[in-house]
Design a protein around this ligand. Structure first.
Ligand code: ZN
Length: 524
């Protein structure tokens, strides 16, 4: 390692978001370090900031960046921080950091402590300073923890809001986008639609969940699904078992009622009674869409093996509280009943023009959800763009290279954020495709069904039917068509009245998507 060229890095850290937004934390540290550098004839070539990171751990992006930079250097370099406690607030971390830094060619400097002085009293004062920093951190934690405990005991949630909820006036309330989806997941789970977290993960509702902070979908791991399915906050109570706090009543507004919550917990605890052999989904496209007419449980499906042939069937699994008979129904009978339902749904040519208009409204309504996200994103993009512009203007007017490099890094970050937000644009051609497919669905729904793959089948189903099909005596008993079909395929409704209806208000009531309650429930 070569000796220093009197070059230095300034490192600043603030721990809380408040300090970050107030700004004086970082600025104050930076100017004190800059003054120290000038007085000691050190040329500052780089500034590293760690905003919003606690000194509890040395695992911080800024420290990583610092080490990387040192690795890339030939010469030793000064590393200036406002105070010892900016590097770390943990005694053992601090000394291992110091060793690693020295090994990489960093020389610690601080306006608050003289690292060059090897006097025993001065070395002892370094111990005292880092020891004080750790002591303050720990007592502070203790104080914060006991305050948080008190808050939770009085029914206030002190951690971040769970998916589906947000804070309003310090209380949790259901959000408009995720909570209806989560409620649907609870209902379906309680009804036996899902046999595993894995199955929930693949559900449409789970995939529509959006983290409102980042506007991105959640990472759907089994842990996440489990958290969602067992989170008591959704029922309006507050609980934090790591601190032994159980079911405190609160003023939070839950959206899952107690019975539904308990039903789901019972199902989670219950191991599946039967191990089902793996069945090809494609052979049971109505999977999840048929329920038992007596007990409302979603039918399961399987193949039973005969001597030379397999017999596919749908079946109600509820042996305790269901008196439906037969419990097993031939898949082919059910499918042919279903094809008849589709044939009945065919829409007359004369109303297809109206239909097209309604299709468009339906599409627009259905994409309200996506549009809501996009609107959100657009606002963010605008904000980021003007921030970017301001930072650029600063770069042009400033001559200090280290400040410029900090700004440039910020600008790059902003660019990344903008690019990520732009990924959520809704492609224009979607409407055209939707219409084309839609018209086929209207004219010949049973043909469209036959030609569709599994995903498209589910889409068609959602479009034509408002609810699950119900079985009765081994056949499909009742089915509820979605409103456009109820209106348009009924011969008794005179044409001109239809037009009128279409003209008045088709959109809100034309949303047949039972799998996507957010569109129906949450107008934006
Ligand atoms: Zn049943």
């Amino acid at each position: 390692m070569n000796t220093t060229n009197n070059e230095g890095i300034i490192y600043t850290r603030v721990s809380s978001n408040k300090q970050v937004t107030d700004g004086h934390g970082l600025d104050g540290q930076y100017s004190a370090c800059l003054r120290y550098a000038e007085e000691n004839n050190i040329k500052v070539i780089k500034t590293i900031i760690d905003p919003g990171y606690s000194g509890k751990s040395i695992q911080r992006p800024g420290i990583e960046e610092l080490f990387e930079f040192l690795n890339s250097r030939q010469n030793e370099i000064y590393v200036i921080a406002y105070a010892i406690n900016r590097y770390s607030r943990d005694t053992s971390d601090y000394y291992s950091f110091k060793d690693e830094l020295a090994a990489k060619g960093g020389i610690l400097r601080s306006p608050e402590h003289d690292f060059t002085n090897e006097d025993p009293a001065n070395i002892f004062s370094e111990h005292i300073k880092i020891g004080m920093a750790e002591f303050e951190r720990r007592t502070n934690n203790q104080r914060v923890n006991s305050m948080m405990r008190e808050r939770i005991r009085s029914g206030f949630w002190v951690f971040k809001a769970p998916a589906g909820m947000l804070f309003k006036d310090k209380l949790l309330i259901p959000d408009q986008i995720n909570s209806p989806l989560i409620k649907k997941i609870y209902e379906d789970y309680a009804n036996g639609k899902y046999s595993s977290y894995q199955a929930v993960k693949k559900s449409r509702e789970a995939r529509l969940l959006i983290n409102l902070k980042t506007n991105r979908p959640y990472q759907l791991g089994s842990t996440f699904i489990k958290k969602v399915l067992t989170n008591k906050l959704y029922t309006g109570v507050v609980e934090y078992t790591p601190w032994g706090i159980q079911e405190v009543n609160s003023l939070n507004k839950g959206f899952i009622d107690r019975q539904l919550f308990e039903d789901v917990q019972t199902r989670i605890r219950k191991k599946p009674r039967k191990v089902y052999t793996k069945v090809n989904d494609e052979e049971f496209p109505l999977k999840g869409n048929i329920e038992c007419g007596s007990c409302s449980q979603i039918l399961r499906f399987n193949n039973s093996k005969g001597r030379s042939k397999k017999y596919p069937y749908y079946r109600c699994d509820n042996t305790k509280t269901c008196d439906a008979s037969p419990k097993s129904m031939s898949r082919d009978v059910i499918h042919s009943d279903f094809t008849n339902l589709l044939k009945e749904a065919a829409i007359k040519k004369e109303v297809l023009i109206l239909a097209e208009k309604i299709m468009e409204d339906t599409f627009n309504k259905n994409s309200t959800h996506l549009k809501g996200i996009k609107h959100h994103n657009d606002i963010k993009i605008n904000k980021l763009t003007s921030l970017r512009k301001r930072q650029l203007e600063k770069v042009i007017s400033i001559s200090n290279p280290s400040v410029i490099s900090v700004l440039e890094k910020e600008i790059n970050k902003i660019d990344d954020q903008i690019a990520a937000l732009r990924e959520y644009e809704i492609p224009e051609e979607d409407l055209r495709l939707y219409k084309l497919q839609g018209l086929e669905i209207l004219r010949q729904p049973h043909i469209a069904w036959q030609n569709a793959n599994l995903n498209k089948k589910r889409m068609i189903y959602d479009f034509i039917f408002e609810d699950s099909l119900k079985t009765m005596n081994g056949r499909i008993g009742t089915a509820k068509y979605s409103l456009p079909y109820r209106l348009m395929s009924n011969n008794r409704i005179p044409k001109n009245r239809l037009v009128e209806l279409g003209g008045i208000e088709p959109p809100t009531s034309c949303v047949p998507r039972k799998r996507s309650p957010s569109w129906a429930i949450a107008p934006i």
